[in-house]
Write a protein that binds this ligand. Structure first.
Ligand SMILES: NC(=O)C1=CN([C@@H]2O[C@H](COP(=O)(O)OP(=O)(O)OC[C@H]3O[C@@H](n4cnc5c(N)ncnc54)[C@H](OP(=O)(O)O)[C@@H]3O)[C@@H](O)[C@H]2O)C=CC1
Ligand SMILES: O=C(O)CCC(=O)C(=O)O
Ligand SMILES: [Mg+2]
Length: 431
């Protein structure tokens, strides 16, 4: 039993464990949750009711979650004068599976991102964000149903590592001097007034992310994994990501994949026809295609030919942009779920793609779909597939009935606009 200093787990319930690489989920698992800042409390309250109702409906009392509230962000600061109390990290570590609402990060100063800190502390190296269309959701494109992608965003390095120095400080002066004098760097355009950020991208970090994406694609019989990068410009970080990704696929999954690096080699040796034939043969044999695309081209192609993309593996910043862009394409960030996962230790923190939407805080207004669908991902991860399916079906039915929150209502004809809590009521009624 771990030692907690400020807040304790519920008296009832048992921890989820990882046994021989597999999650062992008891019928009454203790699951820590962080309510979140801004609209977080509204969304969380609604989502928690949906989760409990679905579990009750599907398992009839045999299974029940023992929720354990832990704190981060403004609520933690108000209660304990700490943004991220140690007990929270202990709980997320001990109980393995958890779920959170969004947390505020000030721009340009103040605390660094607590979301990024949680991912780094627990080494949750995959940010997994599925993007699919739900029938009836208003979308800005003609064929949103062609979007069915799962983003694997590297979550532990890149420019998000937080290695940066502010303009005008002695530290940045030292870094710039080092770069100029010791490394012969001549290309810093305005050295006297620059801030500096460092972008670490490693072979290990890339390999574990791409491995997770390939494993997922093979498990779910997906067609391709696309490495999205800006390797033409950032050759030793984003370009290396692409090369390491291909090398990993060819080394560890040689009999299950066909890569565009192989395609290029065949083309160089025997011509395009031979390369096309080899790829066709690989597809016919059910092999997973590993390909790559430059990030800007990717962002236009997901709009013009989304059916060509399936599982996406990319670095941290690209993945952040891509997540919101794809979410918008299928009808908005209000129903974009996600998970931060370490596939080796089993640790997973489920959370929406969006942030705290502060202008709507406390209004019982925004869409809780994103956290509800993050809960669906959590139930799938726990092996509680029946609860996951029941919630998905009820959500689909509610949207088909045109009972929706403001974000969908403003774009739909004949919709009934409801509050966050009422949307949850409607889903529960449809379970
Ligand atoms: N993982 C996390 O905890 C994350 C935290 N953040 C943090 O959140 C804060 C606010 O960030 P911001 O850039 O405004 O981005 P947000 O994602 O919080 O909000 C941007 C816009 O997205 C729409 N939106 C967000 N959530 C919902 C929802 N549940 N239902 C319907 N629409 C929604 C709203 O659009 P509209 O105005 O059109 O109604 C909103 O104004 C920042 O401090 C940021 O750092 C950001 C991302 C992730
Ligand atoms: O940590 C934050 O405030 C932003 C995080 C974010 O945008 C994301 O994870 O998609
Ligand atoms: Mg984001």
């Amino acid at each position: 039993m771990p030692q907690f200093k400020q807040f304790n787990p519920p008296a009832q319930g048992e921890p989820i464990r990882l046994v021989d690489g597999k999650l062992n989920v008891p019928d009454h698992p203790i699951i820590p949750f962080i309510e979140g800042d801004g609209t977080g409390p509204d969304i969380w309250r609604a989502s928690q009711r949906v989760f409990d109702a679905a579990v009750e409906k599907v398992y009839g009392g045999r299974r029940k979650i023992a929720w354990y509230e832990v704190y981060a962000g403004e609520k933690a600061f108000n209660l304990f004068q700490e943004w991220l109390p140690e007990d929270t990290l202990t709980a997320l570590t001990e109980y393995i599976v958890s779920i959170k609402g969004p947390l505020t990060t000030p721009v340009g100063g103040g605390i660094r991102s607590l979301n990024v800190a949680l991912r780094q502390e627990l080494d949750l190296y995959v940010c997994q964000r599925p993007v699919r269309y739900f029938q009836g959701v208003p979308s800005p494109v003609k064929h949103p149903e062609l979007v069915d992608m799962v983003i694997f965003r590297e979550n532990s390095e890149d420019i998000y590592a937080g290695v940066e120095w502010a303009e005008g400080t002695p530290e940045v002066k030292k870094v710039i001097e080092f770069l100029q004098k010791e490394m012969g760097v001549k290309k810093i355009r305005f050295p006297e007034t620059s801030g500096i950020g460092i972008k670490p991208v490693s072979r290990e970090g890339t390999e574990r992310l791409v491995r997770a994406a390939i494993e997922y694609a093979l498990r779910h019989k997906r067609k391709s994994v696309t490495l999205v990068h800006k390797g033409n410009i950032m050759k030793f970080t984003e370009g290396a990501f692409k090369n390491w990704g291909y090398e990993l696929a060819e080394r560890e999954y040689a009999d299950k994949t066909f890569t565009w690096a192989q395609y290029d080699r065949i083309k160089a040796e025997r011509g395009q026809e031979a390369a096309d034939a080899a790829q066709k043969e690989a597809v016919a044999a059910g092999k997973l295609i590993i390909k790559d695309v430059i990030a800007d081209a990717f962002l236009q192609q997901v709009l013009t030919r989304p059916a060509e993309y399936d599982v996406i593996a990319t670095m941290n910043l690209n993945g952040d942009y891509i997540s919101d862009a794809l979410a918008a394409q299928v009808g908005g960030i209000g129903i974009a779920p996600g998970a931060n996962i370490n596939y080796v230790t089993g640790h997973a923190v489920f959370e929406a793609t969006h942030g705290t939407a502060p202008k709507y805080a406390g209004l019982d207004k925004v869409n809780p779909g994103s956290v509800i669908l993050s809960g669906v991902m959590m139930f799938e991860y726990m092996g509680w597939q029946e609860a996951a399916d029941a919630i998905t079906r009820a959500l689909e039915r509610t949207i088909a009935d045109k009972v929706v929150t403001y974000d969908f209502a403003r774009l739909m004809e004949g919709a009934k606009e409801v509050k966050t809590s009422e949307f949850a009521d409607a889903i529960i009624a449809n379970l």
